[in-house]
Design a protein around this ligand. Structure first.
Ligand SMILES: [Zn+2]
Length: 164
């Protein structure tokens, strides 16, 4: 009886692993999942190009590279909180740059081998949208530079303290 159970367990585990690998190759599943047509309908062409096709907007010609307002940058596609203005810094690159995400699990890192470079792509962990890349030439304390696309972000300004 025992060996049969063991074999059954191994077969089941193998099945799960195969499924997981398949799902990964075909695109991971995220808490917020929509069809391509749904994303196209929801997002502007620029947002769609960045978030769903891994595009990059132009440097110095985007909404937040030189925006110093205080607040929380959320994913424009699924509204997950991604970065705080407290960790935004002037990188001189022309893209909004941060030295850490608001929570470690707000973003996902993936190796990106496009354009003949090996870079680390940063995705929103809730909808899988492409946000930008992370580099290791950022300021202290993390030494990281999250180079983001404004088109993927929406700044929710910090509300002034409520009057007593
Ligand atoms: Zn998202």
């Amino acid at each position: 009886m025992k060996p049969i159970l063991l074999i059954a367990a191994l077969v089941l585990a193998g099945g799960f692993l195969a499924c997981a690998a398949q799902a990964d190759a075909a695109g991971r599943t995220y808490p917020v999942t929509k069809t391509d047509a749904e994303w196209k309908a929801q997002l502007t062409p620029m947002q769609y190009e960045v978030l769903r096709q891994g595009g990059t907007e132009r440097a110095f010609a985007n909404a937040y590279w030189d925006d110093h307002r205080a607040g929380i940058f959320v994913c424009v596609a699924c509204r997950q909180e991604l970065f705080s203005s407290d960790t935004k810094f002037d990188s001189g690159t022309g893209w909004p740059s941060f030295w850490k995400p608001i929570r470690p699990d707000a973003v996902e890192n993936h190796q990106d081998r496009t354009l003949g470079m090996v870079r680390t792509e940063v995705l929103c962990s809730r909808c899988g949208g492409h946000l930008g890349h992370v580099f290791d030439d950022g300021p202290r304390p993390t030494g990281l530079r999250y180079c983001m696309n404004s088109a993927a972000l929406d700044l929710v300004e910090k509300k002034e303290a409520a009057k007593p």
